[in-house]
Design a protein around this ligand. Sequence first.
Ligand SMILES: [Zn+2]
Length: 395
Amino acid sequence: TPYIPVLVYFDIRLYRKTLRPGELLVTLKNYKKVSFFGSLIIKINEAEHQEVLEEFKDGFRKFAGLHDTVLYCSLHDPATPSPTGYTTNKTVSVWGSGGRIELTVAKFMALQKTVQPDWYQSMCDGETWQNSASRKRVRKSVDRTLAHLDECLLVHQKSKELEGVEVFGVVEGGDILEERVRSARETAKRPVAGFCLDGLQMGSMDQTLRTQLITAMIKELPEDKPRLLHGVGRPDEVLACVEAGVDLFESFFPFLATERGCALSFGFDISTDPERAGRAPPAGVVKSCNGELNRHDQTQMTPFEMNLKEKRYQDDFRPLVEGCGCYCCKNHQRAYLHHLLVTNELLAGVLLMIHNTAHYHGFFGALREALATDKLDVLKKRVLGDGGLQTERKE
Ligand SMILES: [Zn+2]
């Protein structure tokens, strides 16, 4: 594979609701093309700050003091699903702290010119992820998304401000295979730098169907351009999507775990002997991989984390995860985090976010290593368990 999965987008909102308009810091490692770079994901609902940015003139990177980062501008925040029913043939809607903002291609592109990212996704009609979408509606969303892409490219190619900036084309198609294939095939004909696979997010479908759709789309896409998947972050689903050919993921998952007051605690160490690695794989993961658990609710805890609000942690003086090198685990214990959480201290979220980000980042490191050394099966066993025989985890 020319691109090795990679990515992690970090959240720089380190847990302040006031920073909610979705800035995500990304660390992307692209095996062949780029050695290592930090990157920031910003949502287009920075629309609210457009006037300030226009006055500032030098783009969002300088505005936010993130000089060495690569900026990617996306349309929606995967951690906060947007209401549906607001797209028209010519517009899409995004939500900022001041409410709904309706964007035309002209407005969307004006924003890209003021934000000046390194890459951005083209405007799209991404409302067909719910399985209630009819075939007719799905076809319309594919057509609209291609029309938006053509319009965006037209503006893009004439724009001085966007010289050197790259566009990712968005592939839609709901859960209809032929539409997914058509969307991928048509998008691949355009001069885009990469592809966003949209509308496959957590809660929209089970992994078997998602894998089928991704496999079909990837067949239509050129190998030398990266494919970014929107809205999938659970470790078991990430593994399945990597196998299907996805290169880039978003990192909202550690943020959601933090929001729940949970610490990521799944095993992914492939370098040591399993007996010595210590922690057993979490119970119930294998079952959940078949889509039997309710995953429609993003607020629900997953088998990859522990809920530190539980009473059993009140006198547990171990670090969140034994052997974790993050600031939180080096300096604090589960009992202290439990205390911070039950007393609603803001520091709880900050410390949890530090750990969860480090843990998730470590998982992606292991994933890259597993691919490079042909150990993906070992990693899958470590993350998912050996066959569903796990008993309740002893903490
Ligand atoms: Zn840690």
